[in-house]
Design a protein around this ligand. Structure first.
Ligand code: NAD
Length: 360
């Protein structure tokens, strides 16, 4: 510590971002610059309009389509996608979709070495992180590997106007969670995180009340890009651990799981780290971080508790037992999960914490 400043280390990431209305049409040039001409398109089932648009933009460079991406990236899906990549002799992947599709592209990079070009259509932010996730059976594993970072990211807000509000609201809170986890990681990441929260908080009511507005989606994609950058450069803690634990084990919708847990994980850490809670509240433009996040959950998300997502008390206990952590960590996890299970109002003054400083 020098003059009140904490010591820190920082390493950047080699991002290539193209952001703008109609940016998808720049993709052929981007592939060409990288010497690639045989793209396997990745998408989730049902997103045929986006996959078709990409096929027409890429023309002969689109040599295959794998439309089977699934949430939490199941191992079986990765194996099927690897087979599809080999069958069409792809030299790269172009993913179009949310975090499930981007996540599949990351594992294709890891398994068969194909560089990924990501076109995000939710606010998941995965495209800016070197974090992969994979679910085998009921266990979701995540890890960091600089190799899985997409070679280029193309943000085109025109592709996001189709996002239904019931997906957009939770997706925005998922993005906020990434920035919140990094509010005080170090001065550089904290700056990105605070700006991400500010932009997302400003854009969310706008996009939810005027859903067809491309400019409002551009603001949200801007926030998602920053939030993903904060997570990519920074860290994740208790909140993300809980989301991956119950999400992978019970195959819960990823963004909604983040949205219902976030107010309670923030309330939990606020008592032990009031300075972080104050930074989050300021970025949100609110007096209290946890209660503001709870308000956003109630106003903009369809479901407000883990119980509404189908979980019960015994499910929470099973998940905590599987986490295999020490009793004090288990008590913290239980406290947050039971509050999220009930979906009761969260507040940073709630004194719901053991007082131990835990990274969000
Ligand atoms: P998702 O990718 O599963 O998409 C949710 C639904 O929205 C899908 O049915 C999809 O088809 C649909 N959809 C996507 N874009 C659309 C659009 N523009 N219009 C209409 N429908 C659209 O969900 P998600 O929340 O974006 O991503 C969740 C996954 O991403 C999880 O597996 C999670 O672990 C991963 N993730 C990873 C990171 C990371 O850094 N590695 C970060 C965030 C999320």
């Amino acid at each position: 510590m020098i003059g009140g400043m904490k010591d820190f280390e920082f390493q950047g990431l080699p991002w290539n971002v193209t952001f703008g209305r109609g940016a998808i049409h720049r993709l052929p040039g981007i592939l060409e610059q990288n010497g690639l001409r045989r793209a396997l398109i990745l998408s989730t089932p049902g997103r045929t309009r986006h996959a078709g648009l990409l096929q027409s933009v890429l023309g002969e460079s689109a040599v295959g389509l794998f439309a089977g991406a699934a949430v939490h990236v199941p191992t079986g899906v990765v194996q099927d996608a690897c087979r599809a990549a080999r069958a069409c002799a792809a030299d790269c992947t172009v993913s179009i979709g949310g975090g499930s599709t981007t996540g599949l592209g990351k594992l294709l990079r890891r398994e068969v070495g194909l560089p990924q070009f990501a076109v995000p259509t939710t606010y998941a932010g995965s495209e800016m992180t070197p974090i992969w996730g994979e679910t085998t059976g009921k266990a979701k594993r995540t890890g960091r590997d600089p190799q899985v970072l997409p070679v280029a990211v193309i943000y085109d807000p025109e592709l996001v106007v189709s996002l239904p509000p019931a997906i957009a609201g939770p997706s925005a809170l998922n993005a906020m969670a990434q920035a919140i986890a990094n509010i005080s990681t170090n001065p550089l990441v904290g700056l990105v995180a605070r700006e991400a929260i500010r932009v997302l908080a400003e854009g969310l009511p706008r996009v939810m009340h005027d859903h067809g507005n491309v400019d409002a989606h551009a603001v949200m994609l801007h926030g998602a890009c920053l939030a993903g950058a904060a997570l990519g450069l920074g860290r994740s803690g208790l909140h993300h651990r809980l989301c991956h634990l119950v999400g992978g084990m019970y195959n819960l919708p990823h963004a909604e799981t983040h949205a219902v847990i976030l107010p309670h994980s923030v309330a939990h850490t606020a008592h032990a780290a009031p300075e972080d809670a104050a930074l989050i509240a300021a970025a949100l433009g609110a007096g209290d971080a946890a209660s503001q996040l709870y308000r956003l959950l109630i106003e903009f998300c369809p479901r407000h508790s883990l119980r509404a997502l189908g979980l019960s008390e015994p499910d929470v206990e099973t998940a905590i037992a599987a986490a295999d952590v020490d009793p004090s960590d288990a008590a913290d996890m239980r406290r947050v999960l039971l509050n999220a299970l009930a979906g009761s109002p969260a507040s940073s003054d709630g004194r719901t914490t053991s007082g131990k400083k835990t990274n969000l």
